[in-house]
Structures are given as C-alpha cells and as structure tokens.
Design a protein around this ligand. Structure first.
Ligand code: GLN
Length: 494
C-alpha cells in the first residue's frame, strides 16, 4: 500500500490525475498523521473534514472528466496568519482567539481553486514575530529533529512559520503556506531540512493575510523539494486588485521551465556574509554549495554588498514601526478579545484588551515601533532606516551588474534548543542576519537543504535572485538539490 506521507505535491497531483489512487485516500491518510502528531503542536486547529471534502470534490471532477487544477488532491497545511472563511484565524495570538473570518484570503482561495484541501491551521510565532515559534500563545512548536548526541533536547522549528516547517518535516503534509517578512519562510525551512521560497514582493496577494509589516510581508510555499515549491507558488501567486501592492503580471509557468543547467549564469558570493567567527559547518556547507553550482555550469564571482551590516538594525526599526501601526486595529472593538474591567471607560478597555491580548514579544515590537515613529525620534530612527533600506536595495542593483544570482547561507546556525535564546531578544534577532537583506530589497529568495552539521541537524543554502526572476532562483535550487544528496529525515519519536 502506498505510504501517502512520503509523496510530495507533484506525486500526489499526478497519482490522483492518473487514477493510481483517490484524493480521498490521501486526505484520510494525512488526517490520521496529523491527529497522531499532537506532541509537535504544529496545528492550532485541525480541519480533517475540510481536507476530505476538497478531496471528494477533486475525485468527483476526475470521474466526470473535468479538468483538474494545479494542486488537485493535495492536502496542505495553512499558516494561521491566512484568514479562512468559517475557520478560526488567530495569528497565534490571544488577541484573535475565537476570531472566525467571514472571508477567505486571496492566497488560500487560489489554493482551494487549484484543488488543494486544508488539513488545518498551522501554529506560528505570534503575529509572525519571532524566529523560533516560541512567541505563540498556543505554545511552542517542536521540531521533529533531534541532535545526534543521544539527548532529547526539544529543538526550535524556526520561525515564524514553525508549524509549517515542523509539519512538513514530520511528513504530516506535503506542503504548507508560509509568510516571510524577514526570513520566516527561509529560516524555518533551513532548520528542518526542507525548501521554501519567498517570491518577489507583490507576487502573492497580501489580502486576507493578518498584517505584520506591510512593506515586507510576502506569502510563499514550503515543501520538501524545489518542484513542489514551484507548483504551489504557481497556484498561490497572481494579480489581486484587492491588494494595492499586488503586481499586475501573469504568473509564469515555473514548474514547466525548471532547468538545472546553469551554463551562462553567474553566481555572486557576497564577501560581507562571511562574518568573523562564522560557524565552521555553515562555512563548509556554503563552499559545497559553490562547488555544486559550478558543477551545474555556473560561473562563480566575488561580489560586495557593502551595507549588509546595517540590514538587521534597519529591519528591526522598519518592521516594528509598521507593526505598531498595523496592530493599532486591535482595540477590543472590532476583532477578537475584549477586556472590559468593571466600570471601565473606553481608554481603559483599549489598555486592558491590548495588555491581555498581546504577548510579550508583540508588546516589545509595538513599543519599539511607537518609539521610532514618535515626533522626536522619527528622523533619527525611522527616516534613517528607510535611507539604509534604499542603500541595501542599491547594493543588490549594483551586484546584478556582475552576477545573476547570489548564494549565501540561510541562517548563521542550525536549529537551536527551545528556551536557549528567548531570554535575549537580540541574540534571537541575530539569527535573521542573512535573511533580512533580501526582504528589505523585496527580492525573491529561497532556502534549500545544504547538508547536516556535526550534530546531525539540517543547514540551509539561500539563493537570492533579481526581482521577478523566481525561475532562476528555483533552477539554482534544483541544481543544488540534485547534487547535495540530502535525504536525511527526522526520526519519528512523537
Ligand atoms: N524573525 C523575523 C522577525 O521576528 C522575521 C519574521 C517574519 O519573517 N515574519 O521579525
């Protein structure tokens, strides 16, 4: 009997289309796996009946000879930042506990239209703020991976899309949605040995996605290989008049154009990313990545992105600034939680609701954001950060004169243990150091598995491309995937 948990997006789609198995069989098998993996805490809400209903519709369409969508019969996990009609959407915050949207996000609607079904809503860092999934109101997500030291230390699945990464690595679902504001698709993908791509800003509609930092937020797919990411991105992307930053461009046929022959491509290696004291295993993996791309026909060039060191500080001003503005809407009146102490007035209700509804990290960001936007400090912090952002974007523009793609590590370390970094926000923020420059510049960037470190944990290689050139990013990802021989899996302890 087929073990459906081993099939990816393409294999499920093709098997359903060819009549090898029914979509309902796949949905039922994965529903069972989801139900059996509570220890990972990857899902906030499970929706087995929705997965089955979508699968039944696909099986009926096939029986009737109707054309099937790009994701027909593929059950996926939905990050709980996407509004889903009739299904609680929380952004992993107490503030939105019990909030049931009356509308569907454009990205999730596109996926359902393409024939995908929903296994459930995936846990994440609260309002997508975090790098370890430890800021969720609904508890930590645990990575299925463990160190090879014989200990049982619970490891972070990365963040903020930690439910997505953990569920895919544990083979609860072949793919899941992620969102990436400053690395939240790429870093969790790297931590659990899967792939994920953040497309060019504007490729996927933000409509119906709970906003964090609107000038950076972008949705994208996470899956176990590059082809599956290409398929799912095609289903997610597309112009949406309801999002003013949506790009009015056709969606390329990324899957059909996958090609790992990189002859004629120049790959830039940014010297500023070779930080002093860089982890030895990360440096080795990066060198391997360079060798694999060379083997695929690419030419390797040394490049400079001189403003790299300012990217992290600029991000941690701009993202909180936008967050403080976006999160002003949670006032106890319109959405979710209301905390109305006896005899309290309107201001007291706002204060009580926001104090009770937001977690510590969210409150920290709102305070930082409010501070950097305040009249006396606006120019010193916010305006300055925007200038730095422009310089970072220009660094990439200049780099494209000598290269077509950039190769770097996704994160400076392998997965860390739960609780290891959350007492010190700065050390947590530092984990985003390689991810945020591409976010600030709005460029497509992908993480693919690059190997294992000494502790037996996955490491990710990041490929950054020119705006709108997701194809080149995916192709380089495929070239790495074909050479890295990465087949490691987490042992099934849960
Ligand atoms: N880890 C980063 C942060 O905490 C990025 C989060 C994201 O991309 N949503 O802001």
């Amino acid at each position: 009997m087929t073990d459906f948990s081993r099939l990816g997006v393409a294999a499920i789609r093709d098997g359903v289309a060819n009549g090898e198995f029914k979509a309902v069989e796949v949905a039922e098998a994965l529903n069972t796996r989801v139900a059996g993996a509570k220890a990972l805490n990857a899902f906030i809400v499970e929706t087995p009946e929705m997965a089955v209903a979508a699968a039944q519709a696909v099986d009926a369409d096939r029986a009737a000879g109707k054309p099937l969508g790009k994701m027909a019969g593929v059950p996926i996990g939905m990050k709980d930042l996407f509004c889903t009609e009739g299904v609680q959407t929380t952004a992993a915050s107490h503030m939105l506990e019990g909030f049931v949207p009356t509308y569907e996000s454009t990205v999730s609607a596109n996926l359902w239209k393409a024939g995908a079904g929903m296994l459930g809503k995936l846990n994440l860092d609260q309002f997508a703020m975090g790098s370890s999934n430890e800021t969720s109101y609904f508890g930590n997500v645990i990575s299925p991976w463990r160190r090879n030291d014989g200990g049982n230390a619970a490891l972070a699945p990365g963040g903020s899309s930690g439910g997505s990464s953990s569920a895919i690595a544990a083979r609860l679902c072949p793919a899941a949605t992620g969102t990436d504001t400053g690395g939240s698709i790429r870093q969790p993908a790297a931590f659990v040995g899967i792939s994920g791509i953040k497309p060019t800003y504007g490729r996927c509609s933000r409509w119906g996605v709970v906003a964090f930092a609107s000038s950076l937020d972008q949705a994208g797919p996470m899956a176990r290989d590059v082809r599956d990411c290409a398929i799912m991105l095609e289903a997610m992307a597309g112009f949406d008049p309801k999002d003013s930053t949506s790009l009015d461009l056709p969606v390329p046929a990324w899957e059909a154009a996958l090609n790992s022959d990189l002859k004629g491509k120049r790959i830039g290696i940014p010297r500023e990313y070779r930080l002093d004291g860089i982890d030895e295993d990360i440096a080795k993996m990066w060198d391997n990545g360079i060798a694999w791309l060379k083997d695929a026909g690419a030419e390797i060039v040394d490049i400079s992105l001189p403003h790299t060191k300012y990217a992290l500080p600029a991000y941690y001003i701009i993202a909180p600034a936008e967050a403080s503005s976006n999160l002003a809407r949670y006032d106890g009146v319109r959405f979710g939680l209301r905390d109305l102490p006896e005899g309290a007035g309107l201001q007291d209700m706002y204060a009580a609701t926001r104090a009770a509804g937001f977690g510590e990290e969210v409150r920290r960001r709102i305070m930082i954001g409010t501070y950097v936007l305040s009249a006396g400090f606006y120019d010193a912090y916010y305006t300055q950060a925007q200038k730095v952002r422009a310089l970072i974007a220009r660094d990439f523009e200049n780099a494209w004169a000598s290269c077509d793609l950039i190769l770097a590590p996704t994160a400076p370390s392998a997965a860390f243990g739960l609780g290891e970094k959350n007492a010190d926000p700065l050390s947590m923020y530092l984990n985003d150091v390689f991810a945020v420059p591409a976010s600030l510049a709005g460029l497509p960037a992908m993480s693919v598995p690059g190997g294992l470190d000494k502790q037996g944990l996955p490491l990710g290689l990041q490929i950054i491309g020119k705006a709108l050139d997701e194809q080149a990013v995916l192709n380089a990802g495929l070239a790495i995937e074909q050479r890295s021989g990465f087949t490691a899996e987490a042992g099934e302890w849960w």
